[in-house]
Design a binder for this molecule. Sequence first.
Ligand code: SF4
Length: 400
Amino acid sequence: MNKTPKSLRLHIGIFGKTNVGKSSFLNAITKQDVSIVSDIAGTTTDIVEKSIELFPIGPVTFLDTAGINDNTELGELRKEKTLSILQRTDIAILIIDFEGLTNYEEELINYFKEFNIPYLVIINKYDIEQITSDKYNEIIEYNNNIIETSTTIDSEICSKVIEGLVKILPEEFITPKSILGDKISSGDTILLVTPIDKEAPKGRLILPEVQTIRDILDNDCISIVVQENRLKEAIENLKIKPKLVVTDSQAFKAVNEIVPETIPITSFSILFARLKGDLKSFIDGSKSIDNLQPNDKVLILESCTHHAIDDDIARVKIPKLLKQKLGFDLNFDYKTGHDFPSISGYKLIIHCGACMTNRKEVLSRILISKKKNIPITNYGIVISYCLGILDRAIKIFNCE
Ligand code: SF4
């Protein structure tokens, strides 16, 4: 379980003002000294992440955030980081004390609502001072999933917190989305095209390929993996035509030419646009490509950091394809990991397949982009759009 990728774990954000007991809680629930506990407010200056197996929920990642209620310059930085954590939080724990809800907690609750984050409330420190019934009732008006604890968080309290978390588990975590389960049937053959080029990691397949193979097997189907130079031969050798061909976006053009029209094709990136984001929003976003003007600013988001090679997909291939399609240059900016900058001024955002992050983060980015009226799309969709094969590449999804 400890090897479960972070992208597949439930992300539980721990929020609360400085020195309210967030780090003590994290140490208690993980039974480890993960966070520094100190009486000096603001000791947690950075995000602390801890992945554990939390029975009976399963693989989770706790995100211990810095309190965002201090007004120093460092406080502003902490605030930015805490807000970026909200974007990938599946469920939240809001820790407060006898002071009840202040403007600060109400601001956090508003963020939870904005990003559709279910949460529970822990009222800490009742051994120091008990919360008044008026203040308690104010909390109930927002949320009745409340647990009270003293500064000593024992295993009984931890069990109650876990029960509280189980009550707010997102349906998607209880029944995870299948990558292809609704598009394939038991016994179908799916052909996967994975070029082993300079971008391919040594000795292994990349996560979207591995997860897709596992999903095909989970759905009792047959998975055949080839490089593009063997694709024609593989199709000819099959007695029954494959239900679908899934390709790395880099081989889209060749795959489109090789695979007969009667067999649907798509890409790993498009499968992940659907799994990690929202396919329809990304397709809508691609429609703005034709409205771009010379030198417009385009933001490319990659959910992991990797060494960019000579013909990197984001830095070379996508800019080249867009230039061929539009006939002029655009200005590209790049952000990696959880970095999501101010997006004002961008005319288009292009997201990678996001295999290394959780769905919540991509959905939050889509939400923010839509609020700012900035179109957002994804690698596979841009590539197939520029190659003129988008309709074919999404046909199997009936555009949902
Ligand atoms: S850039 Fe995106 S799609 Fe590519 S490996 Fe990283 S997270 Fe996955």
